[in-house]
Design a protein around this ligand. Sequence first.
Ligand code: KG4
Ligand code: ZN
Length: 339
Amino acid sequence: KEEPLVLGFETSCDETGIGIVRGNTLLADAVASSVDEHARFGGVVPEVASRAHLEAMVPTVQRALSDAGVALADIDAIAVTAGPGLAGALLVGVAAAKSYALALDKPIYGVNHLAAHICVDQLEHGPLPEGCIAMLVSGGHSSLLFVPDVTGDVQPLGQTIDDAAGEAFDKVARVLGLGFPGGPLIDKAAREGDPEAIAFPRGLTGPRDAPLDFSFSGLKTAVARWVEKRERAGEKISIPDVAASFQEAVVDVLTRKAILACKEQGAEYLLIGGGVAANSRLRVLAEERAAKAGIQVRVPRPKLCTDNGAMVAALGSELVRRGRVPSQLGFPADSSQPV
Ligand code: KG4
Ligand code: ZN
């Protein structure tokens, strides 16, 4: 018997993502982004995002169906991000997904955005082993989690005490005048730079600091001060060197603490997810350090790391496979849902 066909909806931030999977096979991953509309504000404007989701919803569903070569009537189950995220943006996805579920008379699963960032890796590398460590690094989160199994119920081991890693990338990109979102732009600029040019601080790495927590706000300030000081003195700065040195400071701490978490928990697998997992230097350094520690890294391809609907469909598919009871149609969008 064929595995069920699952349609996933993601609208927690500025991407309208519609994914279709069958089992762990990815059939469609349609994403419409409103990022260009937010760029001139230097960050996502919630009201603009909600309106863009509304406009993109039906065309993006249709694009996904056509990419997958299936009809709406073929869909067996629906999954949607219920939280965490921007309240108004979540509401659009949840309302749309419920409408499709009601019209098609199919079960619907309201799922956690962060759990979906973890589960998406199954589309690429097959079933996730039990008891792995996940490092979720995005615009809103930087957490180390123990993942007993892929459907959620994770145990937080550490998290950022101030800015998220992606937030730091975005803020430093603004200081350097690179644009928004900053992560991919810093990643690109850093390729031409020297990661050892400037010794930026590594947050929370002192002997008395919480070993698995992160802090990026001091780093962001250090970069801003460094740039300001030189600009005031009329010195020319190398943007690639600043970008590379900043990026190195972030990924050095992320990978160091992720490996430590694996060692402490006796985990053999490290899964990296969320938008910052698309970072090319993070992927290389994590691989390098994990190999030395005998740990296997699992990180999905960059397009599946940033927000998308396939990750939501992947988690929905796993819930169906495990025979989990679907959500009641009245379930709410929950902007502050914990992982
Ligand atoms: O997971 P995501 O798409 O949305 C959230 O749930 O937050 O993550 C977006 C974040 C942004 O801060 C963006 O700058 C960052 O991920 N990002 C990157 C890269 N691509 C996206 N950060 C570093 N390097 C990248 N290549
Ligand atoms: Zn995300």
